[in-house]
Design a protein around this ligand. Sequence first.
Ligand SMILES: Nc1ncnc2c1ncn2[C@@H]1O[C@H](COP(=O)(O)OP(=O)(O)OP(=O)(O)O)[C@@H](O)[C@H]1O
Length: 314
Amino acid sequence: MTEPAIRASGLAKRYGDVQALDDLELTVEQGEFFGLLGPNGAGKTTFINTLVGLVHKDRGTAEVFGFDVEDDYREARDRIGVAPQEFNVDRFFPIIEVLEHKAGYHGIGRKAARERAEDALKTVGIWDKRDTRFDWLSGGMKRRFVLARALVSDPDLLILDEPTAGVDVQLRHDLWDIINRMNDAGTTILLTTHYIEEAERLCDRVAIMDDGQKVEVATPDDLMARGTDTIVLDLAEMPRTAPRLDVEGITDIELTDEGLAVTAMGGSQTAPAIMRELEAQGHTVTSLDIRRASLEEVFVDMTRDDREYAEVSA
Ligand SMILES: Nc1ncnc2c1ncn2[C@@H]1O[C@H](COP(=O)(O)OP(=O)(O)OP(=O)(O)O)[C@@H](O)[C@H]1O
């Protein structure tokens, strides 16, 4: 049986009053492109830092390809490439040397390390900057470099903590391309992002985290299917008031400037029944448009912040 790329069980970490990880259970299979979503402070970075040995858990277990991240630190750590949210790069050496050192740290010999460093810089498109220091790179190039550093050890698990925060559209697409190619070649990807659309587009499955716990794990499509869709219908003659429709799953019916707007769970399944019911009532439907709930809407619903309310009422 193949070990999962990541297995966390009962994982807990507390900082003073804050339970950053609260008995987290999470499994990421080998080869997956896995998204980790959650509002600020949900515990995503703490989880990542636990996997790479920067944070010591209080309780529970975390394994990477079957290696315990603390007991088998070396084996686990050598399999992970991480592009962290905060840049923590050696600023005194040309970037190609920084990459060579990094490869060396993971036990790769001098000659191979040089080749890896060259390949990584070419992959992310900053080969011509190889002799430059990190501080002298532009913001976008810094992002590219941090990805190169994550790639240089040829990791089986690539962890990306908000890799596209604040980058322009062109770079975002370049980064997606590179990451997708890595994933196609078999690398497992763990991605955190606040761009929900990015997760929807790239990830096989996403976990939604809140308050140090996993709220849900599913494919983006499955999650979106749980949201309410809006079906906008144009009728040959608009009635003065919204008709009553006896169809299961409908949560609201409204007359709007655009037409009759019906909100319903699973819009594409409900739409035919809505049309039949309207026709049975003597209406003629001239057009129909289904607007699916976005992953973003579902995400906001699942992580709606009731903590503010608790603080106010306390
Ligand atoms: N070193 C630390 N000392 C004290 N508290 C910490 C520390 N690191 C994280 N925390 C707290 O733990 C909680 C989880 O933080 P974490 O950075 O893991 O969240 P996150 O999901 O990555 O958030 P973001 O989306 O903002 O990056 C937060 O309340 C944070 O303030």
